[in-house]
Design a protein around this ligand. Structure first.
Ligand SMILES: Cc1ncc(COP(=O)(O)O)c(C=O)c1O
Length: 479
C-alpha cells in the first residue's frame, strides 16, 4: 500500500484528537482569548517545548508492521505523511476549530483551496451549488469558469433573500455557499435564516468567514455546517503566508440520501476483514473533514506546510488584539471619510445607514471587520491618480494585514466579473477598498488627505488635524 492511502491524523476522531482534549485542561472551558493562545497544545506531548515546534518532516516512522496495520485500518490515528497530517498543522487546525466551536478542521495550502475542496467534497459532476451573488472575485471565477468544466454548475442568486435562493434549489443542489461578510461590499449574511433554508432542503450551509474571523462572527453558533477561511488574511494577520482551512460543525446528516460520497462503502476504508466501509460509518463525528483529508487532500494534495502553519499560529495569538485596534482605526477613518467632500459613500455595515446594519448588530456586534469600501467622487482617472498618490497605504490585493492596504477592487480583485456581474454583485466602479491595519490612524488619515490634495488641489492635512483625528460621531459606528 502506498503512502498516499494513509490515515488522516488530526481533528477527526480519537481521544487525543478533539479540541476539548487538547492541553491538560479542556480548552473549551476557557474564553476566546485563552483558547487562541493555548488550545490544542500540551508541552508534555512535545518534549516540554513551550512554543509549538515546527515538525519539518515529510513522513513519519510507523514503528512496526502491527502499528502500520492499525494505522491503515483506521484503528489508530497517527501521523504518517505530511500531505494529510502533520503535528504542527494539527495544532493550527484544532486551535481554530476550538475558536469556532467546530468538531473537525483541515488546513489547506490556500483559502481558495479551502473553498474548492469544500465544494468538491459535496458536489460531483452533474451536481449543482447555489451561491450568494456577493463573493470574492476568485471564488466567483471558480464558480463561473472552472467548476462547470468538471460538470459542477453554480447559480449565483439575485440576492440573499430566501425566495431568491429557494428558487434556484433543485434535486441536484448539494450546498448553499455564502460569505459571512462579503468581499468587498460587506453585505452581511443572515446565517440563521440561510441555515434553516438549506436544512429545509436537505443541504448544508457553507460560510466563508474570512473577512470576519472567528473573533467577529461565529457561523457555527448560528447554524452553519461548514466554515471556510483564507488564513492568509486576518486570521493570521501579517500577510506572511498563504493558507486556508475547512471546518465542520458536526451536525449535518450526510446520510440523508443526497450524499453518496459519504455513504458509499469504499476500498480505501476497508477493515481487517476486508469489508468496505464509508466515511459516514468510519468517521461519524467528522465525516466532512475526514473525507476532505483522506479523499481530496490525499489525491489533490493542497497541503499546508508546517512552517506556514507555525506562522499562522503565531499570528492567531494576537487575533483579538489586532482586530480591536483595527476596528478603532476603522471608526476614525469612517468619521473622516463620511465628511470628506470627495467621498460619495462609505459602505460599512456597523453604520446605522447601512442596509445590513441590523444583521451586523446580530452577527458581528463587535464591528463588521477591518475592511470596508468607499465611493470615490470623481472620474476613474482621478481615482487612479488618488491611489497612485498614497504613500503609506499599500496598493495590493490582499486584506487583513497588520499594515494598511488600498485597492480599486472593480479593476483588480473583482476584475474577473463583467460589468453586468459587478452590478449584480453590488460592486460600483467608484469603489475603493481599504483594509485597515495597526498604524497610528492619524498617519493613515493624513496620507489619504494628501492623496486627495494631489488629485483635487488644496492643502494636505495639517499636523494638528492629522495628529488628533476627529472622534467618530457617537452613533457613527456601533461596536
Ligand atoms: C473571502 C475570501 N475567500 C477566499 C479567498 C482566497 O484566499 P487565498 O488568497 O488565501 O487563496 C479570499 C482571497 O482574497 C477571500 O477574500
Amino acid at each position: 500500500m502506498s503512502e498516499s492511502t494513509i490515515t488522516g491524523a488530526s481533528a477527526e476522531t480519537g481521544t487525543s484528537q478533539t479540541p476539548e482534549a487538547a492541553g491538560k485542561t479542556p480548552a473549551s472551558s476557557y474564553r476566546f482569548d485563552t483558547v487562541k493562545v493555548h488550545a490544542a497544545y500540551d508541552p508534555k506531548e512535545h518534549n516540554y517545548a513551550f512554543n509549538v515546534p515546527i515538525y519539518q518532516t515529510a513522513s513519519f516512522e510507523m514503528g512496526d508492521t502491527a502499528r502500520g496495520e492499525r494505522l491503515f485500518r483506521q484503528e489508530e490515528l497517527g501521523f504518517l505523511y505530511s500531505r494529510v497530517g502533520n503535528p504542527t498543522v494539527d495544532v493550527f487546525e484544532r486551535r481554530v476549530a476550538a475558536l469556532d466551536g467546530a468538531v473537525g478542521a483541515v488546513a489547506l495550502a490556500s483559502g481558495i483551496a479551502a473553498v474548492s475542496h469544500a465544494i468538491l467534497n459535496l458536489a460531483d459532476a452533474g451536481d449543482h451549488i447555489v451561491a450568494s451573488p456577493y463573493l470574492y472575485g476568485g471564488t466567483h471565477d471558480l464558480f463561473k469558469s472552472i467548476l462547470p468544466r468538471y460538470g459542477i454548475t453554480v447559480d449565483l442568486a439575485k440576492s440573499l433573500a430566501p425566495a431568491d435562493l429557494q428558487a434556484l434549489i433543485r434535486p441536484t443542489t448539494k450546498a448553499l455557499f455564502v460569505e459571512s461578510i462579503a468581499n468587498p461590499v460587506n453585505v452581511i449574511a443572515d446565517i440563521e435564516g440561510l441555515a434553516k433554508l438549506a436544512h429545509d432542503n436537505g443541504i448544508p450551509l457553507i460560510v466563508d468567514n474570512t473577512f470576519a474571523t472567528p473573533y467577529l462572527v461565529q457561523p457555527i453558533q448560528h447554524g452553519a455546517d461548514v466554515v471556510v477561511y483564507s488564513a492568509t488574511k486576518g486570521l493570521s494577520g501579517h500577510g506572511a503566508l498563504i493558507g486556508g482551512l475547512v471546518l465542520e460543525a458536526g451536525r449535518f446528516d450526510y446520510g440523508n440520501g443526497r450524499f453518496p460520497q459519504f455513504t458509499d462503502a469504499g476500498f480505501t476504508l476497508r477493515d481487517r476483514s476486508e469489508r468496505y466501509r464509508s466515511f459516514w460509518e468510519v468517521f461519524p463525528e467528522t465525516p466532512f473533514t475526514a473525507r476532505i483529508r483522506l479523499a481530496l487532500l490525499n489525491y489533490f494534495g493542497a497541503a499546508l506546510g508546517p512552517f506556514d502553519a507555525w506562522v499562522a499560529l503565531l499570528g492567531l495569538e494576537t487575533l483579538s488584539e489586532r482586530l480591536d485596534k483595527q476596528l478603532a482605526n476603522v471608526r476614525h477613518l469612517i468619521a473622516y471619510l463620511e465628511t470628506n467632500e470627495h467621498v460619495a459613500w462609505v459602505e460599512y455595515p456597523s453604520l446605522p445607514t447601512h442596509p445590513s446594519y441590523a444583521l451586523a448588530q446580530k452577527y458581528a456586534p463587535r464591528g463588521a471587520g477591518s475592511i470596508f469600501s468607499f465611493g470615490f467622487k470623481g472620474t476613474i482617472e482621478q481615482q487612479e491618480r488618488f491611489i497612485d498618490a498614497v504613500r503609506l497605504w499599500s496598493y495590493q490585493v490582499n486584506v487583513g494585514d497588520a499594515k494598511s492596504l488600498i485597492v480599486n477592487s472593480p479593476k483588480t480583485t473583482h476584475s474577473e466579473l463583467t460589468a453586468d456581474e459587478q452590478t449584480a454583485a453590488a460592486l460600483r466602479p467608484e469603489t475603493v477598498r481599504l483594509s485597515v491595519g495597526l498604524e497610528d490612524v492619524a498617519d493613515l488619515i493624513e496620507d489619504l488627505e494628501q492623496a486627495f490634495a494631489v488629485v483635487f488641489g488644496g492643502g494636505a492635512a495639517t499636523a494638528a488635524n492629522a495628529a488628533a483625528p476627529a472622534a467618530p460621531a457617537a452613533n457613527a459606528v456601533a461596536g
